[in-house]
Ligand binder design. Structure first.
Ligand code: NAP
Length: 294
């Protein structure tokens, strides 16, 4: 499998990582809930990713729940020194797969400690505060930030990240702490976080789009099956996923974490960092953005 060893690394806080990493959420059962159908295959995929140069894996204790971190640990512990594991706190799953908020300061701290225990590390490179609420930066957000900052000051995490946040959240948080990354939904058919991305670019903060391929079947239809993307892929002799990922990588501070449970897709996604979209493709994709909500 082609590795990412020769590609130019990008900044993630104080770390430098390959532009294409791995989102581990897909190493679960149907509807990203429960254990994967083939545990050995999930472990093999994690090992193949790292063997191919992936040095940035995105996870959460609530993936599974309590499954993906165990897989990562079983597959990769003791971790190669260059591997940057990023997790997130703020949510939990119930026994039927419902996604619940778990974001008060004590729950955030507990969430970080749970990640440390299951991944068997003393410190995580970055943990994202995953916002589950629609409210703006308020006193509760300040309390959440304080919990994340104390976890960093206590050495449990090396850096703080934010996820699912607005530009006001980012600007507010930066008054109190540096941010290693911001992780928001962003792809060809959803550019609503463009102002957050631009602010991160200006400040040299990594922007990590979750769902870079549109996330699952419906999103894939909105991204990978569009005439523009399919047409460019055909003309440039690459795949629609490579087009979508190569487009995201045109933003200099973007780090990708496409989610996959498939070895073939993993290879394809890693190959995207070598795809150079031509001017015509970039024009077409920019026009496609005019039609997407901002
Ligand atoms: N911060 C947050 O709130 C948040 C939310 C969602 C996700 N995330 C993180 O972001 C990562 C990415 O998000 P995501 O997994 O939801 O969405 P995604 O990366 O946009 O898409 C994943 C879906 O696309 C398929 N896929 C992957 N590679 C493909 C390829 N080359 N060609 C065609 N289909 C392909 C996968 O199926 P196969 O398994 O068949 O490849 C899966 O169904 C997650 O894994 C997770 O780590 C974070």
């Amino acid at each position: 499998m082609k590795g990412t060893g020769t590609v130019k690394r990008r900044r993630l806080g104080t770390y430098m990582v390959a532009p294409v990493g791995l989102g581990a959420m897909r190493l679960t059962g149907p509807n990203v809930f429960g254990p994967p159908g083939d545990r050995a295959a999930a472990i093999a995929l994690l090992r193949a990713a790292v063997d191919s140069g992936v040095d940035h894996i995105d996870t959460a204790q609530y993936y599974g729940p309590n499954i993906v971190n165990d897989l990562i640990c079983e597959a990769l512990h003791p971790y190669p020194p260059e591997l940057v594991l990023v997790s997130k706190v703020g949510a939990r799953r119930d026994s039927r797969g419902g996604i619940l908020v778990a974001d008060d300061p004590a729950q955030l701290r507990q969430g970080i400690e749970d990640n440390l225990r299951t991944l068997q590390v003393d410190q995580l490179a970055v943990v994202n505060l995953r916002r589950m609420r629609d409210d703006g930066p308020d006193a509760f957000f300040d309390d959440q930030l304080a919990a994340m900052i104390s976890a960093r000051d206590d050495g449990l995490i090396a850096a703080v990240g934010l996820s699912n946040v607005t530009l006001p959240h980012v600007l507010h948080a930066l008054r109190f702490t540096e941010l290693a990354c911001v992780q928001n939904a962003f792809h060809l058919a959803n550019r609503r976080s463009r102002s957050v991305l631009d602010e991160c670019t200006r400040r040299n903060i990594a922007f990590v789009p979750f769902a870079p391929l549109g996330s699952g079947r419906a999103g894939a239809a909105a991204v990978l099956s569009t005439p523009e993307v399919v047409g460019i892929a055909t003309r440039m002799r690459c795949t629609p996923a490579e087009v979508a990922l190569a487009w995201a990588l045109t933003f200099p501070n973007v780090l990708l974490i496409p989610g996959t449970s498939s070895m073939r897709h993993l290879r394809e996604n890693l190959a995207a960092s070598a795809v150079q979209l031509d001017a015509e493709a970039l024009r077409q994709l920019a026009r496609m953005g005019d039609a997407s909500p901002v």
